[in-house]
Design a binder for this molecule. Structure first.
Ligand SMILES: CC(C)(COP(=O)(O)OP(=O)(O)OC[C@H]1O[C@@H](n2cnc3c(N)ncnc32)[C@H](O)[C@@H]1OP(=O)(O)O)[C@@H](O)C(=O)NCCC(=O)NCCS
Length: 158
């Protein structure tokens, strides 16, 4: 298990040098979207996460100075729910370090960013991190079918 203070979460805007590594992670984790022939452009999305003071805002988890995770606070997530914002999205932790609390640190950092921008609520849609969000005290709003996948939409008051 990782010592809690061994991992730091920082703004992606401070780490442009890491964008190629993170783009490789996105291609590997989400090949249908970010892989060859997919509609997503990982370099463009990550550059947007690393630019400016408004949404989207990316954060990166660093362990001994090396990247081990990434996430972003975005203006929208699923097309049916553009009326809600902001969203905790694009969460990724390197496979060897999953299940040790880094995802929770990333989510907390995104909530801090949302609060700093003046939002009083944050949202997340996920099919893979349901137990994590429940454990962190997020409330379940609804379940939606998105491209044949069941997603749970969570919200948390800040
Ligand atoms: C989801 C993810 C970012 C969580 O990061 P993490 O560091 O493992 O998270 P934590 O250790 O804080 O919490 C673990 C939780 O992550 C989720 N999880 C998803 N896949 C997991 C895996 N392979 N191993 C461990 N936890 C996983 C579970 O909800 C788990 O909750 P539990 O401990 O109550 O079972 C990470 O597992 C990941 O990168 N998964 C692949 C990409 C993905 O699904 N992203 C989420 C899109 S909404």
């Amino acid at each position: 298990v990782i010592a809690p203070d061994a991992v730091q979460v920082e703004l992606l805007a401070l780490h442009h040098d890491l964008l190629p590594t993170l783009a490789r992670w996105f291609r590997e984790e989400w090949p249908a979207w970010y892989g060859p022939g997919g509609p997503g452009d990982p370099e463009a999305d990550l550059l947007a996460f690393a630019t400016g003071n408004d949404l989207p805002i990316g954060v990166v988890a660093l362990r001994d100075g090396k990247p081990c995770g990434v996430a972003a606070l975005k203006a929208w997530s699923i097309p049916s729910h553009r009326h809600l914002r902001p969203w905790a999205a694009a969460g990724y932790v390197v496979p060897a370090l999953r299940g040790q609390g880094i995802g929770a640190l990333l989510l907390t950092a995104l909530a801090d960013q949302a609060r700093a921008l003046g939002y009083d609520r944050i949202y997340c849609s996920t099919g893979t991190a349901v137990s994590l969000l429940q454990r962190l005290g997020w409330s379940q709003r609804e379940t939606v079918d998105h491209d044949g996948q069941t997603l749970v939409i969570f919200e948390k008051a800040l």
